[in-house]
Write a protein that binds this ligand. Structure first.
Ligand code: 26Q
Length: 824
């Protein structure tokens, strides 16, 4: 046994190779001749997993023995992507693994490519949660992720005749080698039923939730490997299981089949991720998902706490719970219920404990995206929670009344219940009130929170709102995804930057070094070739590697203004055709992103981009100087190929609408120059990279606000006075891009004109085109472009999620690094 254990831990080429061959035969059940790529992926993943387990258990045991304060990151989304190359890189055994596979005649890249992309999230919010897991483990913070183990991740996007079509994403189809099912970690979660009042042992009024339906939450654990492999934390995802209580009692025929059917249906709870990254108004299943995973997580957190404690007085000293948006905000009422109803804590004490334990991150100001559940639904699905919310609200409004004298609107705005129309529970207000800290995700966004959605709460609790500008993990987003640039950087400044990104600043002085610039360009070119091959494989479009790669990759949303980008592409197309003798800078416009399945306008913009691409890409008169590509099925895996290859990063949201953005950071870190508005974290990116190294254009958030307030903006006038914009819109409206259906884009044109152009596409068009021209002009001067690209990479150190997570740790959680004690 001893030698076998050592073999399972061995990190050298020989040990790895022996492990692979053993796993292939005895666990995957194939011999090397019959094994498919997928078999090899499972083989390698299981062998690598062996190398994690000891250190994983050491980490968990150390936290337990020290009774360390833990942070629990509650999120309905974890967009983690593939884990094999991540685990190898963080363990530092990528090359050993490559050699071991080489000796068997297998390519590591092929094996890595056989892993499905774990897409348990929509976009920025879910990917941020994944970056935070990486940073917590790399900073040795005792951090746990809690979420749902969706059977179906975010849908697979295909284009059929240029239209988005959604297919189920079956990432678990062939099994998941990274997860450990924990069938013994099982918690009951209830729904429906009613509340009974009774007198407790000392004659006080008390409540119990009865006649409810029950579902079980079963845990699946995935190890989260920190850089260097010393800390290995846990991501615990819950899966819905039917209770077995239908085995008790007997049924007549019909009732039996109905009962079984009920049980089967209850497992639908964890079936699928909601694909909306903004709003999914009032869907009961979504509310049930939110409560399901929140309740299971809180039960688990309390169970762990009670291993060392007998009262709840010290809960806030041992557990910090972070709410990733309002999606788990029902947890505030649930913790109150668990403390008061289940554990007999008195209300006021329970409230103090709850507030000291929770904190809340807001990710959006869009009014339509703020969760507000109908009171009627909450009453029915979670009757006891509705009572608790009323109680919290009554006590709060009573206290605030004194100070709200003379201002009736203020009290109704502070209320947890929106009384206008059908009554709704404002989850943002609940999250704010139940937390000791509330944060925004960029400096501008945090300021706007104070001025808009939470203005009244900010007046009431002036110390509660704080900023935590987002970040990205340099491990996945530079070290793993950009090997040529990572190697170049390490060759000049060592590898300290991987764990301490601000060290990358040392590259700045190399921006003036011709040789370094040449090498930097060569790395970028390698990445562009890889992306060009990927584009050809995915779309059949051939692009010029030396053209300017102009990249906009993100969810499709009107506020992100892919429409502005494609309109500029049409204008550029026209100029190129009008002036065929000019030596144009060749441009490749690369788009990628999914639209929510019910978001018709976003889907129509996808179709427009595909239609424009078809015309432009086949027009010989532009001499291949312009290509337009819309890549299907954007996900983390595609992002890892796209980010390193970009020259220009499109961050062009209507100012005031993008809370932060994180793709902007990935692109700038990989040496793309940003063209963008002063929105979200773009503002801070400009401050760090310097205004000479970024293309800023357009209205500011304040100007947008004023313009809308004054009502003094007429898009028709703007269009009439800008011939190139007018021409582009006329081409769309006359069916140049949709000869089969000339009226197809009427809704888009309508929104830009009679609709009042809510996202100010026409208002920013001229400024945007000017900034684009500056970018193309600069690109002619490759030395100057490269210099600025290097300065972007060199100045992005602050945007590491390690910095972000340490700010949360010290300023919100009071959680400290705990180094695992490894035992032999
Ligand atoms: C809500 C209710 C019902 C169904 C779905 C949802 C839902 C799901 C996902 C609402 C919002 C989201 C995701 C939001 C999101 O990704 N926001 C982005 O968060 C990033 C990280 O902070 C920011 O960088 C982006 O600016 C912000 O748009």
């Amino acid at each position: 046994y001893k030698s076998r254990e050592i073999e399972r831990r061995s990190l050298d080429v020989d040990g790895l190779k022996r492990s692979f061959l053993e796993w292939l035969v005895y666990s995957v059940g194939k011999d090397a001749r019959a094994a498919t790529r997928r078999d090899w992926f499972h083989t390698v993943a299981l062998a690598v997993r062996d190398r994690l387990v000891d250190r994983w258990m050491d980490t968990t045991r150390t936290y337990y023995q020290k009774d360390a304060k833990r942070v629990y990151y509650l999120s309905l989304e974890f967009l983690i992507g593939r884990l094999l190359s991540n685990s190898l890189a963080n363990l530092g055994i990528t090359e050993e693994c490559r050699k071991a596979l080489d000796q068997i005649g297998i390519s590591l890249e092929d094996v890595v490519d056989a892993e499905p992309d774990a897409a348990l999230g929509n976009g920025g919010l879910g990917r941020l949660a994944a970056c935070f897991l990486d940073s917590m483990a790399s900073e040795a913070l005792p951090g746990y992720g809690y979420g749902i183990r969706y059977e179906f991740g975010l849908f697979e996007q295909r284009f059929e005749h240029g239209w988005q079509v959604e297919y189920p994403e079956q990432w678990l189809q062939f099994g998941n080698p990274w997860e450990f099912p924990r069938p013994e970690v099982l918690y009951p979660v209830q729904f429906y039923g009613r509340v009974e009042e009774f007198r407790d042992s000392v004659g006080e009024k008390a409540y119990r939730w009865v006649d409810a339906e029950r579902v079980l939450a079963m845990a699946y654990d995935t190890p989260v490997v920190g850089y260097g492999g010393n800390t290995i934390n846990t991501l615990r995802l819950w899966s819905a299981r039917a209770t077995r209580d239908f085995n008790f009692g007997h049924f007549n025929d019909g009732a039996y089949m109905k009962a079984v059917e009920q049980k089967v249906l209850s497992e639908n709870l964890s079936r699928v991720l909601y694909p909306n990254d903004a709003t999914e108004g009032g869907k009961e299943l979504r509310l049930k998902q939110e409560y399901f995973f929140t309740s299971a997580s809180l039960q688990d957190i309390l169970r762990r706490y009670l291993q060392h404690h007998t009262t709840f007085d010290n809960l806030p000293d041992k557990a910090a719970i972070q709410l990733n948006d309002t999606h788990p905000a029902i947890g505030i009422a649930e913790l109150m219920r668990l403390l008061v109803d289940q554990h007999g804590v008195v209300w006021d004490k329970a409230w103090d404990i709850t507030r000291a334990t929770f904190s809340y991150t807001n990710h959006t100001l869009l009014p339509e995206a703020l969760e507000a559940w109908p009171v009627r639904m909450v009453e029915r699905v979670l009757p006891r929670h509705m009572q608790i919310i009323y109680e919290i609200n009554a006590k709060f409004l009573n206290r605030s009344k004194a100070r709200a004298a003379g201002d009736n609107g203020r009290l109704s705005r502070l209320s947890l219940i929106d009384e206008r129309g059908d009554r709704r529970v404002r989850m943002g207000n609940l999250a704010f009130l139940g937390s000791h800290k509330v944060n925004g995700v960029s400096a501008l966004h945090t300021d706007l929170m104070k001025q808009t959605v939470f203005a009244d709460f900010h007046a009431e609790f002036p110390d509660r709102i704080n900023n935590k500008t987002n970040g990205i993990t340099p491990r996945r987003w530079l070290h793993q995804s950009n090997p040529p640039l990572a190697a170049l950087i390490t060759s000049r400044i060592g590898q300290g930057w991987i764990k301490d990104l601000p060290q990358i600043k040392a590259l700045a002085e190399k921006a003036d070094d011709v040789v370094f610039r040449e090498e930097f360009r060569r790395a970028k070119r390698k990445n562009k070739k890889r992306l060009a091959a990927f584009i050809a494989r995915q779309t059949g479009i051939e692009v010029q590697v030396d053209s300017l790669f102009d990249v906009q990759v993100k969810r499709m949303h009107e506020y992100k203004r892919q429409l502005l980008n494609i309109l500029q592409a049409i204008a550029l197309y026209n100029e190129m055709r009008d002036n065929p003798t000019i030596a144009w800078v060749p441009v490749t416009k690369i788009f990628a992103g999914k639209a929510a399945p019910s978001y018709h306008m976003a889907k129509l913009i996808i179709k427009l981009i595909n239609d424009v691409a078809k015309v432009v890409n086949h027009d010989p008169s532009v001499h291949d100087n312009l290509k337009i590509v819309l890549l299907p099925n954007y996900n983390v895996t595609a992002a890892e190929i796209i980010m390193p290859a970009a020259d220009l990063s499109e961050q062009i949201s209507t100012a005031g609408m993008e809370a932060s953005g994180t793709g902007n950071m990935k692109l700038a870190l990989n040496g793309a120059l940003t063209i963008g508005t002063l929105d979200g974290a773009n503002v801070e990116i400009r401050e760090h990279v310097g205004e000479d190294n970024i293309f800023i254009f357009g209205l500011t958030a304040e100007e947008v606000n004023d313009l809308r307030a004054s009502g003094g903006f007429n898009p028709r006038e703007v269009i009439a006075s800008n011939p190139s914009l007018k021409r582009a819109l006329d081409m769309i409206s006359t069916g140049v891009f949709s000869p089969d259906d000339p009226n197809r884009y009427h809704p888009i044109l309508q929104a830009l004109t009679d609709g009042g152009d809510h996202f100010l596409v026409t208002a920013d068009f001229a400024a945007y085109c000017e900034a684009q021209e500056q970018a193309m002009e600069l690109y002619r001067d490759q030395e100057e472009w490269t210099r600025k690209a290097i300065l972007n990479t060199a100045n992005m150190g602050w945007f590491s999620s390690d910095r972000t997570i340490m700010e949360y740790a010290t300023e919100i959680w009071d959680v400290h690094p705990v180094k695992p004690e490894h035992v032999e």
